[in-house]
Design a protein around this ligand. Sequence first.
Ligand code: ATP
Ligand code: MG
Length: 253
Amino acid sequence: MTKHNIPKDHPRAHSLKIRNTMIDSYDSGILSQYGLIAHGRGEAFDYILGETTNKISLKTIRVATALLLLSNSVISVNGNSAALCSKELVNLAKLTNSKIEINLFHKSSTRAKKISQLLKNHGAMDIYGINKKFLTQIPNLKSDRKFIDKRGIFSADVIFVPLEDGDRTEFLKKMNKTVITVDLNPLSRTSIMSDISIIDNIIRVIPEMVNQSENMSNLSLDDLQKIVNKFNNQKQLQLILRFMSKRLIDLST
Ligand code: ATP
Ligand code: MG
């Protein structure tokens, strides 16, 4: 695919550079063509957010990080999250003692192996979700994301699924998992059904989670638990929707 040459002073240079990263990831077999479309939907919501992390999301990010530090957790990686922040995801897994599992909506063992290699290049040791011997299925889920690792998602309490599909979120909830997501769309089924929904761009969220896990590393388990207990996801979603509405109203007056 021929890539766009981006002039440095282009007003949308940052966003266009990220698109080039996505195209590179598509060309190298990390991302599916569907991932490119999903990225576009995310961009539209990021435009409304103002392409920065606001105080509402910062709070949610802090709570999500505290929960990862507290629990038996797995970070579920797909093509988009690998394309955008594989290095930071590996760091986050190390700092929060979370496992990493590859789980693709559009299943392909070649792509899964490429993502696994990319994560290993960034220092990941064990990658779950690849070895067929350990795979089991989420009961009744139709999509290919039903395959999960017995040693990973199947046995974890908390699943962090940046960029998830609504169907699987629903079934993970049915399996009594606590679900943390990153999704720029506050109206998606994923955002509505998760326990902690971070409405922000994964490209900003994961580095901030790495920061927060370093900041919180000396907090006691009690202090971390207090941060998590006070959280109300429904209220946070309302605050984000109000934030977006206010921005649109401010821009239209
Ligand atoms: P759902 O299945 O949850 O109802 P959906 O079908 O609309 O949602 P999917 O295609 O399943 O969406 O998942 C892609 C989601 O990922 C979209 O909601 C999109 O907003 C979000 N997304 C895409 N890129 C990013 C990104 N960089 N950061 C955060 N979210 C993103
Ligand atoms: Mg979906």
